[in-house]
Every structure is written in structure tokens, then in C-alpha cells.
Design a binder for this molecule. Structure first.
Ligand code: SF4
Length: 324
């Protein structure tokens, strides 16, 4: 039986209004995340990955707004909710986020216990402080930190422990979906591997759904079942991790994977994708990748390729694939 989607994003458009016009950061993006599944969102910096996460939680910075599309969580359309409904019914309870750089996300002047207890009592007003504290200690145990450390300040923890504390905090109100935005950034490789292993274990144990945002493809192969590849605000290819890494069809996906070193492959010069991503204030017409694509055709300069389903959960937006 197919798992039910926890999140459905349909034709999402998110823009930022600036003095010179609108930055079209996310354009017609559609995907879903099933119960207990981890979906990777990968692409170069500025491709819109984080904007999707901020749109799902409606925490866009000033100037940012959802210009169209639907974000469905348990049948509720997020863009239609007001701030109070988001705070009381969605954030933390249904969807939680772990930001990159735990030291920036934790408040340095409050004990970790106070921060977790506040999150619980604010979103679940009936819960007493003592009960919330007990829950916080259990969460510490769950993420592998000695519960007696609950009253420490963030600066008393190592980088890895802070990231674990952030994960504990994100799980405080039992969300169904956890969004991790570059969870390994700022950690050394060994601690990063431990944090990712923990997230994988939690996903299995709690049947959590996850969105893993990263530019590091190895994190996706380690933790996700499916992945979406983003370029200039659009998803250009989506499929199982095996399909995307073994048989990538979109020229951008092929370039991205080709630019990544393989541990077991023979030594070779890395090939990067020439050029740089477009200015999203005035993205190029047609396929947004055409100025950098080695296979660009005339049609690519004028017609935006449709995002088509090739079967077996493999979607791609490229004229070249559609011509075959
Ligand atoms: Fe390249 Fe054209 Fe495919 Fe875009 S649509 S990736 S330009 S071949």
C-alpha cells in the first residue's frame, strides 16, 4: 500500500519584492512528502531550496510572499492560514525546522531547558511546566544527550551537542514533518556523520517525514529515499535517490553529479558547470538553464519545458528528454 503524503506542494510560487521588482525565487514547484519518507532538496546556493522551507512554515523574511499555489498539510492549505493559526496549529505541532548553525538558532542567554519548555507550553497551553520539563529530558535522552545537561546554556555544549539539542527542540511537539536546512553545515565531518545517523534513526523510530535541504549530494544519498534537484527556482528533476544518481536525465542534474567527487572512482579532474545561475529578478525565457546547457536547442530559448512524469516516480523538465 502506498504511504499517504504528509505534505503536498502544488505549483508553489514565492517571490521577494525589492525596489527593482520581484525576485522570482520559487516558480511553479510541485512535490509531495510521504509518511516516514525523507526527501532531499538539492541545488546550488540561491536556487530556492530554503525559500521553499520558509514558505511551508510561512516565515518568509520581509518582502517575501507566496504568490500562488497550494501547500497542503493534513488537508489544510497553509497559504490560507493567518499567523495565529500557523502558530497554534501548524508550526512545531505539524511541521518543525532545524536551521543551519545551531548556535545562531538557540538563544545564548537562556538555558536549553527553558527554551524547550517554552516551545512546549506556548504551543500546547494545557501542559504544565513540570510536565514540559520532563518531556524535554526524555527528548534529550532520545537524541543521545545526558538528561542532566538540560539546564546548561548553549555555549556549554559542543557544536554536535548543540545540533542534537536543536533536534530535540524541533521534536518537542511531536511534528509529523521535520525540515532540516543544511543540518551538517558548520560541523566537522565526524560530528556531521553522527548527527545524520541520529536523524536517520529518529526517522525510523518515530516514522517521521523529512525534507533534507542541502547542496551536499552525499548527505542526500545517506539519508533520503527520493530527491528533487532545483535550478533557478524550479525543480528540474525528481525521483528516487537511486534513479537520480544512477540515471540522471536532466543536463543540470548530470552536471551537478559530475561535479561531485566519488570516493571509490579513479582519480580524475572534476568538471564544473560553466557559467553561473541567472538573476531571478529577470530569469531567462524558456528553460532557465539554457544559457549554461551544452545541449540547448532553439525551443529551449523560448518554451519552458513541462515537468513530466516518466513513470516509477521519475519526473523531469527538459525538452531533450521529451523529444526522445
Ligand atoms: Fe538543456 Fe533545453 Fe533541457 Fe533546458 S530544456 S536542460 S536547455 S536541453
Amino acid at each position: 500500500m502506498k504511504a499517504k503524503p504528509v505534505l503536498q506542494v502544488q505549483n508553489l510560487r514565492t517571490y521577494y519584492k525589492i525596489l527593482r521588482g520581484y525576485v522570482r525565487a520559487v516558480e511553479n514547484v510541485s512535490f509531495d512528502v510521504k509518511q516516514g519518507e525523507a526527501l532531499g532538496l538539492a541545488g546550488e546556493s540561491g536556487c530556492g531550496k530554503t525559500t521553499i522551507a520558509l514558505s511551508i512554515l510561512k516565515i518568509l523574511p520581509p518582502g517575501g510572499f507566496i504568490a500562488g499555489g497550494k501547500i497542503l498539510v493534513d488537508g489544510i492549505n497553509i497559504p490560507a492560514l493567518d499567523e495565529y493559526e500557523m502558530r497554534m496549529n501548524v508550526r512545531w505541532k505539524k511541521i518543525a525546522i532545524i536551521f543551519q548553525g545551531a548556535m545562531n538558532a538557540l538563544n545564548p542567554v537562556y538555558r536549553i531547558s527553558e527554551q524547550i519548555v517554552e516551545a512546549i507550553t506556548l504551543h500546547e497551553p494545557g501542559v504544565e511546566v513540570s510536565e514540559a520539563r520532563e518531556r524535554a529530558m526524555k527528548l534529550f535522552e532520545l537524541v543521545g544527550i545526558e538528561p542532566s545537561r538540560i539546564d546548561n546554556y548553549p555555549h556549554e555544549f559542543s557544536g554536535g551537542m548543540r545540533q542534537r539539542a536543536m533536534i530535540a527542540m524541533a521534536l518537542a511537539c511531536n511534528p509529523k514533518l521535520l525540515i532540516a536546512d543544511e543540518p551538517g553545515t558548520a560541523l566537522d565531518v565526524i560530528v556531521q556523520a553522527q548527527v545524520l545517523k541520529l536523524m536517520k534513526e529518529l526517522k525510523e523510530k518515530l516514522n517521521l517525514s523529512m525534507i533534507m535541504i542541502t547542496h551536499d549530494l552525499s548527505i542526500i544519498t545517506e539519508t533520503c529515499e527520493r530527491t528533487a534537484i532545483m535550478y533557478a527556482g524550479k525543480i528540474v528533476e525528481l525521483g528516487t535517490v537511486k534513479t537520480i544518481f544512477k540515471e540522471p536525465l536532466h543536463p543540470y542534474t548530470q552536471g551537478l553529479i559530475g561535479a561531485f567527487p566519488e570516493l571509490k572512482a579513479p582519480r580524475m579532474r572534476m568538471v564544473s558547470i560553466p557559467g553561473s545561475p541567472p538573476d531571478l529578478l529577470r530569469p531567462p525565457p524558456g528553460c532557465r538553464f539554457h544559457p549554461r546547457c551544452p545541449y540547448a536547442m532553439e525551443i529551449c530559448k523560448t518554451k519552458d519545458p513541462e515537468f513530466i512524469n516518466l513513470g516509477k516516480e521519475h519526473f523531469v523538465a527538459c525538452h531533450l528528454v521529451q523529444k526522445k
